[in-house]
Design a protein around this ligand. Structure first.
Ligand code: NAP
Length: 518
């Protein structure tokens, strides 16, 4: 039997008492490790995090905590080679995809370390200026933001075991809030290993960072009034968390990043350059991490007159993508993370294909160095509706998120229909716009902004410098309204608000002056 990975809780390593759940190599099918947390005293562990980790972090200034993030980034930098190996073994990712998860995490920590250093020695944040409350101006109100005295329970999805941990942990730790991470079971190894390395390096105070692998049973019951939950995963689990008795009774803050049917829209009347940019982006989004990205393009909206040209350009791009064992030098796209995901993605592709045409099916090409049955490799599939009327009539494409390498082309007749089709996603993390008319692009961005966490606008002048439809930059908001969960993560210092409590201090001008940093 493979190694049972220990949990770090209550300031010590603890091994679950059960046999645990197995983690597999999704390409070779071999068992890699096991995770289990049965028998752990979650309440005691959570109390330790609050009382010891939280207290130690709050005793520091923002700049000092920023120094902790920089130290964590250094530890992770030193372990990169091992993390890449774990990622390939447990997530089936090629180097490029491992980098998004691993180097993306180190970059995010670095950005928050810099932002935190600039906050200096202050121990609270001021929320806008003093507002006078008396006629003589001597009495007023200053809103302050102070770190929450609870813990941040971070429940992550399987697709980003590294980035998902650190993009949540960086703002929490910088705020002075201890973190307990619960990785998705299928890919928990990388999260567990990174936490183990950081704990071993001794760069964080005891209790500041804990990891609980395996079942989620009992985690939410152990929450107290000032704790928070940062959740990434399915809408179904999100709704269970939101309606959990402990969450409701104790006013636990919940931030949700859930399913999202992200769209890409080529504006009407655009030249070929914009179409080419869109095709390249669609190919990238379908294949990076084998389409297992919450931000990936799922719906591709194009004027009817340009549908065939776009389909041809995307198909050419997909034809060049070799799928298979990520250890093979010529493979550009690895596998899905598990057999469950493979089954779910193939089911989803079949369901979409029943309501649309299959325009490209990569499964006709053989896998490189991987067994089609044993491995969880799934080739890209491009689907499409024939015309604007069919795009209006279709339903599933606006409802079903296939969490793999699939996207559907939707032709539209005019701008009004295009905007209507985008909105049928019921809110998403990101929409990308393609065109060369700045005014039309800006107007469309504002028109769609209410339903999206991010509008990514690609025009020929930024063809080489834009950061990518699906890339989540720590400087920009990540999250989305409606179906996307209604959450907000990252966005620079905005992310700290979730981990702070706002309080209105009403006092004399003399007292309020003492609240300002020296
Ligand atoms: P999931 O089943 O909801 O699992 C997500 C996490 O929740 C896992 O750690 C899971 O643990 C845990 N969990 C399951 N049941 C729970 C419960 N009752 N209470 C507390 N935690 C519980 O989602 P998934 O299928 O693994 O993830 C894929 C989905 O995540 C996709 O639909 C995708 O859209 C979404 N996603 C969203 C984003 C985003 O940023 N918006 C990013 C990535 C993925 P176990 O693994 O142990 O079950």
């Amino acid at each position: 039997m493979s190694e049972l990975l220990p949990n770090h809780l209550g300031g010590r390593w603890q091994t679950g008492r059960g046999p645990g759940a197995a983690l597999f190599d999704p390409v070779l099918g071999t068992e890699l490790a096991r995770v289990d947390n049965s028998g752990l005293d979650l309440r005691e562990g959570f109390a330790f995090a609050r009382d010891h980790g939280g207290a130690a972090l709050r005793a520091m200034s923002y700049a000092q905590r920023a120094g902790l993030l920089a130290a964590v980034a250094k530890v992770l930098q030193a372990g990169r080679d091992a993390y890449y190996e774990i990622s390939t073994a447990n997530s089936g990712t090629v180097q490029r995809d491992s980098a998004i998860d691993i180097d993306g995490a180190i970059y995010t920590l670095g950005v928050y370390a810099k932002l935190g250093a600039a906050l200096g020695e202050q121990r609270a944040l001021l929320d806008e200026d003093v507002t006078g409350l008396s006629r003589d101006g001597g009495f007023g109100v200053q809103h302050v933001l102070v770190p929450s005295r609870g813990l941040a329970l971070c429940i992550n999805a399987f697709n980003f075991p590294s980035w998902g941990l650190w993009e949540k942990a960086a703002p929490a730790l910088l705020s002075g809030v201890p973190v307990v991470v619960k990785p998705a079971t299928a890919t928990a190894w990388l999260t567990q290993r990174m936490v183990a390395d950081v704990i071993a390096a001794g760069v964080l105070p005891p209790g500041a960072l804990s990891v609980v692998c395996g079942s989620s049973a009992g985690l939410l019951d152990a929450l107290e009034d000032f704790d928070s939950v940062g959740f990434t995963g399915s809408a179904h689990t999100a709704s269970m968390i939101r309606s959990h008795a402990a969450v409701a009774a104790r006013s636990v803050r919940v931030n949700v990043e859930a399913d999202s049917l992200n769209a890409a829209l080529l504006l009407p009347g655009q030249a070929d350059a914009a179409l080419e940019l869109m095709a390249a982006e669609v190919v990238r989004e379908m294949t990076v991490k084998s389409g297992q990205k919450c931000t990936a393009i799922r719906r591709v909206l194009v004027p009817e007159s340009q549908r065939d040209a776009l389909v041809q350009a995307i198909t050419e791009g997909l034809r060049a993508v070799r799928v298979g064992n990520p250890r093979h030098a010529e493979v550009q796209m690895g596998s899905l993370v598990s057999r469950e995901q493979k089954a779910s993605v193939l089911d989803g592709m079949r369901a979409l294909a029943a309501q649309s045409d299959v325009l490209w099916d990569g499964s006709a090409q053989s896998l490189l160095d991987a067994d089609a049955e044993r491995s969880c490799c799934v080739a890209p599939m491009l689907l499409g509706l024939p015309d604007a009327a069919a795009a209006d009539a279709a339903s599933l494409v606006h409802e079903l998120e296939v969490f793999g390498p699939a996207a559907t082309v939707l032709p539209y007749r005019d701008a009004a229909q295009a905007l209507r089709l985008v909105r049928r996603g019921r809110g998403s993390l990101v929409v990308s716009l393609y065109g060369d008319d700045p005014r039309a692009l800006g107007d469309t961005a504002l028109e769609l902004a209410d339903a999206h966490g991010r509008v990514h606008v690609i025009s020929p002048d930024v063809a080489r410098s834009h950061t990518g439809h699906g890339n989540v930059m720590p400087q920009s908001l990540h999250g989305g309204p409606g179906r996307a969960g209604g959450g907000e993560e990252l966005g620079g210092l905005r992310a700290l608000r979730f981990h702070h409590r706002r309080c209105a201090v009403q006092a004399s001008s003399a007292v309020l002056r003492t609240l300002r940093p020296e």
